[in-house]
Design a protein around this ligand. Structure first.
Ligand code: NAI
Length: 227
């Protein structure tokens, strides 16, 4: 049975990806900074934690980097702390996981696959989160640059760029009066996305059917990037 490690899997997209992969026949190891029942503690910003989890729970065939944070603040207000926290979790955390996981594969000569969860904001700027947009643009480029280097090791690296997906992360925005209507109006499909629609993309990218797919940042966004 193939084994996948999923980060940020206590909530939202990561939790759904883990359940979807399990249904598809994978053994899913859920990790999160918030450990709990069936969730292994892994703060993605901590290189020692990565080493520990990979050696205690590995080997893995796949890594899904879904851990992420989004704090709303405009450029004129965002603090250095917010900037550094966002970069640490979203970009450095993804880098640390990719590097540690890929090293285990290369050392053992095994093939593998990585899917990062980027965002439409990797490409499309929005008001109120320049630090988040910059971190996700970093994830998208890190995906493509690493795919180029790792292809010769039989390791594929892809990303999903979700649009507005109904998870706890989006909830603070939806709680603002009028925000949901305003958001949905900007999405060609005229609705929010579901975590399961992101998981379907992750499942495909990890599947043998996607063996020739690498370096792709796949939008699953109801057409948002077209606008
Ligand atoms: P969520 O807030 O429901 O889940 C994020 C998870 O990441 C939480 O369980 C949290 O504890 C975990 N996490 C935070 N810091 C961590 C750390 N240092 N180490 C390990 N885990 C940590 O959010 P959601 O929506 O499921 O987000 C998943 C990914 O999807 C994120 O990378 C997010 O940026 C991305 N995304 C989400 C969109 C949305 O509309 N919900 C849109 C585009 C991208």
């Amino acid at each position: 049975m193939k084994r996948a490690l999923i980060t940020g899997a206590a909530s939202g997209i990561g939790a759904d990806v883990a359940a979807t992969l399990t249904r598809a026949g994978w053994e899913s190891v859920r990790t999160d900074v918030k450990s709990g029942e069936d969730v292994v503690a892994l703060d993605v910003t901590d290189p020692d934690a990565w080493a520990r989890v990979l050696s205690e729970h590995g080997p893995f065939d796949a890594l899904v980097n879904s851990a992420g944070i989004r704090e709303r603040a405009r450029l004129l207000e965002v603090t250095l702390d917010q900037w550094e926290r966002t970069m640490a979790v979203n970009l450095t955390g993804t880098f640390l996981g990719m590097q540690a996981f890929a090293r285990t594969l290369v050392e053992s000569g095994r093939p593998g696959s990585i899917v990062n969860v980027a965002s439409v904001n990797a490409e499309k700027p929005v008001v109120g989160q320049p630090h988040y947009c910059a971190s996700k643009a970093g994830v998208a480029m890190l995906t493509r640059a690493s795919a180029l280097e790792l292809a010769r090791h039989q390791i594929r690296v892809n990303a999903i760029a979700p649009g507005a997906i109904h998870t706890p992360m989006l909830q603070d925005r939806l709680d603002d009066p009028g925000q949901e209507e305003a958001l949905v109006k900007r999405i060609p499909r005229r609705r929010l996305g579901l975590p399961s629609e992101i998981s379907a993309g992750v499942e495909y990218l990890l599947s043998d059917g996607a063996d020739y797919v690498t370096g792709v940042v796949l939008p699953i966004d109801g057409g948002f990037l077209l606008t």
